[in-house]
Design a protein around this ligand. Structure first.
Ligand SMILES: *[C@@H]1O[C@H](CO)[C@@H](O)[C@H](O)[C@H]1NC(C)=O
Ligand SMILES: *[C@@H]1O[C@H](CO)[C@@H](O)[C@H](O)[C@H]1NC(C)=O
Ligand SMILES: *[C@@H]1O[C@H](CO)[C@@H](O)[C@H](O)[C@H]1NC(C)=O
Ligand SMILES: *[C@@H]1O[C@H](CO)[C@@H](O)[C@H](O)[C@H]1NC(C)=O
Ligand SMILES: *[C@@H]1O[C@H](CO)[C@@H](O)[C@H](O)[C@H]1NC(C)=O
Ligand SMILES: *[C@@H]1O[C@H](CO)[C@@H](O)[C@H](O)[C@H]1NC(C)=O
Length: 465
């Protein structure tokens, strides 16, 4: 994996180095405390693997140097070295995501009007996975940057899941063309903004493009949350920027220890990513899974409610409300960006995990060997509702935005069907034993399709046409 390690000092990214410096300061402040916690929790990697819905890292190695761990698990490396007692967050997660506990109280927020007119216009969501004998564009040999956590075949996954292609009902989605993509984005900068699934898409694009040109790893911050690759022949910059909620948040501390929950300031944008918008030509934002935790919502620095908290004196607004608030805030911030001329923004719609018969902490697994059937899907569930909200917010910002372009990478339905394409048990478990990963996507795999859609949408939105 060492070829993935960035040289953190790149003359071309002085701005980004500021983040590295901030991290260093932060590290020093909490370093010893964290180290102790990390050592103590070494035996409980499984239980803190996945605080609610996003995987969590706990070892110092992972924090400081493990691109493979960081890629998958970075989310709470520094922000929540919580004790291995994820029951409350995890139970929430399970209640929302487990089909065999679909009557759990939290799902009351999930059963509202699943269908809107907006959806009918979206061709991407009508289609099916069809057999594709050609298989993927790359392998773990031709793409050396696949992190071990997503290098599923290396860890024994049967490659059958690779021989499928998404066929929208009304058109053909062309196979990805690396040269074409690079030619269109020549001289441009593209960033994936979001959580570990934004990272997953960046890693897929990196593999796809590296079939045409070898990328240079130019920047990585201390915890690998901000990362930059460069394609010199095409002067193309590919970035990933970490943000769980788009807005500001701080880990919620109770009696001196972090809880795995966050205080989310729905009215305050997280400038870690917006401060870099003016450098970008393309932004791809995504998110959602972090809202399945117990989180608290703040406005004007005052608590206004929560998500999943079950506390008598606090209003529980539900996941959909919280997602809508922050998506709107993010899109409005992009729309209001004064020096972001020509910025094209895409929102990649929500994709769910596929744990069966348990969750990450209770033996849940995902060992299906074929895509699901459309008839297996529940379109009254929260996955579809979050997609609808994302859809509506894109429509809303399009109507209000003066000239900026906004698009949707509508992959929810396609990915709801791909219970067969997660790492599951087939990934590097040196640090994380026994837990299955049914949230992220194998590389190569159906996540590559997200970039096929991105290429088509960039072509549509490109000024050259
Ligand atoms: C690539 O995957 C194969 C299985 O298909 C595995 O044997 C091999 O070790 C992997 N190689 C690398 C470099 O990951
Ligand atoms: C912004 O980045 C800094 C440094 O990396 C980090 O400490 C802080 O938590 C981030 N803020 C948010 C809201 O993510
Ligand atoms: C915090 O500490 C107080 C006093 O020790 C205790 O009564 C309370 O239950 C603790 N709260 C939590 C959430 O652990
Ligand atoms: C809710 O009640 C608990 C326990 O009485 C208290 O600690 C907390 O501050 C209250 N929250 C709000 C928003 O009033
Ligand atoms: C596992 O879950 C599936 C639905 O997700 C259900 O049909 C099946 O009966 C469960 N199997 C066991 C052994 O609980
Ligand atoms: C999936 O895993 C479960 C639990 O280990 C097992 O009972 C089942 O037979 C497996 N299914 C397949 C298709 O391998």
């Amino acid at each position: 994996m060492s070829q993935n390690m960035a040289s953190p000092h790149s003359p071309s990214t002085p701005r980004l180095l500021q983040f590295a410096t901030e991290w260093n300061v932060l590290q020093k402040k909490i370093g010893s405390f964290l180290l102790l916690l990390l050592l103590l929790s070494a035996l409980f990697l499984l239980s803190i693997l996945y605080s609610s819905s996003t995987l969590t890292v706990t070892t110092e190695e992972a924090v400081s140097e493990g691109p493979l761990l960081a890629a998958l698990l970075a989310p709470t490396a520094l922000s929540s070295p919580q004790k291995p007692s994820p029951e409350s967050n995890a139970a929430t997660y399970e209640a929302v995501h487990q089909s065999n506990s679909s009557v759990a109280p939290v799902t009351e927020t999930t059963s509202q009007s699943p269908v809107s007119d907006v959806e009918d216009k979206c061709e991407m969501s009508r289609g099916k996975w069809v057999a594709e004998p050609r298989g993927p564009l790359y392998t773990n040999v031709t793409c050396p940057t696949i992190p071990d956590f997503k290098n599923c075949m290396k860890y024994g996954k049967h490659p059958g899941f690779l021989y499928w292609r998404w066929k929208p009902d009304r058109y053909d989605l062309p196979r990805f063309e690396p040269e074409r993509f690079l030619n269109i984005v020549q001289g441009k900068k593209l960033a994936f903004i979001g959580d570990s699934l934004a990272r997953n898409q960046m890693e897929s694009l990196l593999c796809l493009l590296s079939q045409a040109e070898t990328p240079i790893d130019v920047y990585k911050d201390r915890t690998d949350r901000f990362r930059t690759w460069f394609f010199p022949s095409h002067n193309f910059t590919l970035m990933v920027m970490w943000t769980e909620f788009y807005v500001q948040r701080e880990p919620r501390v109770v009696n001196g220890s972090e809880t795995g929950s966050f205080n989310i300031h729905v009215d305050k944008i997280n400038t870690n990513w917006t401060s870099q918008l003016s450098e970008l030509n393309y932004a791809v934002i995504s998110g959602g899974n972090w809202f399945f935790r117990i989180n608290y919502l703040y406005e004007d620095d005052k608590i206004v409610g929560c998500v999943n908290c079950w506390e008598k004196n606090i209003t529980d607004f539900g996941i959909p409300y919280a997602v809508r608030r922050v998506v709107r805030k993010a899109l409005e911030s992009i729309s209001a960006c004064g020096n972001c001329d020509g910025l094209v923004t895409f929102l990649r719609t929500y994709t769910p995990p596929h744990f069966e018969n348990g969750s990450w902490f209770s033996g849940g697994y995902c060992n299906k060997t074929k895509p699901l059937d459309e008839s297996d899907l529940n379109l009254n569930g929260i996955e579809w509702e979050l997609r609808k909200i994302q859809n509506e917010e894109i429509e809303r910002v399009r109507e209000k935005s003066g000239g900026k372009k906004f698009g949707l990478l509508d992959v929810t339905k396609a990915m709801m069907l791909r219970a067969d394409a997660h790492p599951g048990a087939d990934y590097d478990k040196r640090w994380v034993r026994n837990a299955n990963d049914c949230l992220h996507w194998c590389l190569p795999g159906p996540v590559d399709m997200w970039n096929e859609v991105l290429l088509q949408d960039i072509i549509k939105n490109s000024s050259v046409e």
